[in-house]
Design a protein around this ligand. Structure first.
Ligand code: ACO
Length: 401
């Protein structure tokens, strides 16, 4: 087989999707038909998840039902908790803990299937024995996975610190409950809003590596949970979900406004990259950076370390000026990671939880893409070009065997 290899599949269009669309030249991200800047700061996470899964924003009843369905499924199976305790003793990274724990969630999803009613609604009524359809299995797994991801991340963070687990509060929405389980105290309205905005902003982003991974797995007619576990593995890599930590560390290392210019110059003179700047697709400003910048501005008005916020703004301005000077014409702008770092830090989320927290939002996008791929039912199977040796002599080891 011969043919032109497109390294990294760059520029290859591999799917049609109604979930989200990215226009890098226009600096635009459309999520379920809405501009991210119009949607993310106003909606709850449940509303945007419904939009991506069902194709339209929910009415008040549908919103309430999804909120309840997720709240009812937050508790973790005992085996999952046991695994998290062992992982904490072994000092595993939070992303490894999430990947391993997510793999156990089929246990609770299978149990929940017994509570589907005939129309596939989640009413809690006991159904007589029957084999659930693939669609029902997918929908139940989608709810269980989405509901339990925050419980895994928060429980693991507390176990890692040697603290007791905080059980979920069914009265709180998805975003607020995550902050509650993490810290043990209910978040303020400003913190809840910031968390909702963050999750909505990162919920989907075209055919990124983890989303593609999920679609490949579903395309083999495998189950949804397997697709999500694979996607976590892809997100874990530093080229995908791992950049916000270093962006914050850079601001901390600079320390004060007067050090911003000399330190950034030093980094650029040494050929280093400035973390939180530049993007493969966005050549004007990343719209997600704008949404999160506005969310950070609102949050730091009442919460968090105001001096750090002001330092970050100064670092951003100096970095943009120097990047234009050092890399003219490269159009290097602030990316989503810079303001992710600032916003999550303002929510008192530790740096090592930034990537798992990203997964709490992105999981709803993975699920929406998996539903699309399931409906398409077409195996994803590209080709490769063989570059190894041809027609070697038979190995002597085989002849003697
Ligand atoms: N700081 C300094 N110079 C940079 C930066 C940066 N942040 N980003 C790109 N450049 C320079 C490169 O050195 C290169 O210069 P040269 O042509 O003189 O050698 C030029 O700009 C083009 O760089 P590429 O590597 O071709 O750009 P690419 O599109 O592949 O890179 C990337 C995108 C990886 C995000 C890059 O901008 C980068 O490393 N940024 C810093 C890390 C970061 O913030 N990552 C998070 C990205 S957001 C996300 O993935 C969700």
């Amino acid at each position: 087989m011969s043919g032109k290899v497109v390294s990294g599949l760059e520029g290859i269009v591999a799917a049609e999707t109604r979930v989200s669309g990215v226009d890098g030249e226009a600096g635009e991200l459309i999520v379920g038909g809405y501009r991210v800047e119009d949607l993310a700061p106003r909606a709850t996470f449940e509303e945007v998840a419904h939009l991506l899964w069902q194709g339209a924003l929910p009415d008040a009843r549908q919103h309430r039902e999804l909120r309840i369905a997720l709240a009812e499924r937050r508790a973790l199976p005992s085996l999952t908790l046991e695994l998290l305790r062992t992982a904490a003793v072994e000092r595993m990274s939070p992303m490894d803990a999430l990947r391993m724990a997510a793999g156990t969630l089929s246990l609770s999803a299978e149990k929940e299937l017994a509570h589907l009613d005939r129309s596939g609604q989640y009413r809690g009524a006991k159904e007589e024995e029957r084999t659930p359809s693939l669609d029902e299995v997918d929908r139940e797994q989608a709810l269980a996975i989405t509901a339990q991801f925050p419980t895994i991340v928060a429980a693991y963070a507390r176990l890692y610190q040697g603290e007791t687990i905080v059980p979920p509060d069914p009265a709180l929405g998805h975003a607020a409950n995550f902050l509650f389980m993490l810290r043990g105290t209910p978040p303020t309205p400003a913190q809840t809003r910031a968390m909702e905005t963050y999750l909505n902003t990162v919920i989907d982003h075209g055919l990124n590596a983890s989303t593609f991974t999920a679609r490949v797995i579903v395309s083999t007619r495998s189950d949804l949970l397997s697709a999500i576990v694979g996607a976590i593995g892809a997100l874990k890599g530093p080229l995908h979900g791992g950049a916000p930590g270093p962006a914050l560390e850079m601001v901390f290392a600079i320390g004060s406004q007067e050090h911003a210019e000399p330190q950034l110059r030093k980094r650029l003179d040494q050929g280093e990259r400035l973390m939180g700047f530049g993007h493969r697709i966005y050549k004007v400003r990343d719209p997600r950076a704008d949404v999160l910048a506005a969310a950070a501005s609102a949050l730091y008005r009442t919460e968090g370390d105001r001096a750090l916020y002001e330092l970050a703004l100064e670092v951003e301005q100096v970095a943009l000026r120097l990047l234009e000077q050092y890399k003219p014409g490269r159009r290097l702008q602030t990316n989503v990671e810079f303001y992710t770092a600032l916003l999550l830090h303002g929510l008192e989320i530790p740096t090592e939880l930034f990537t798992p927290t990203f997964a709490l939002g992105r999981v709803a996008g993975w699920i929406a893409h998996s539903f699309e791929q399931r409906a398409l039912d077409r195996l994803i199977r590209p080709q490769s070009v063989y570059t190894g040796p041809l027609f070697r002599d038979e190995p002597s080891t085989l002849r003697s065997a």
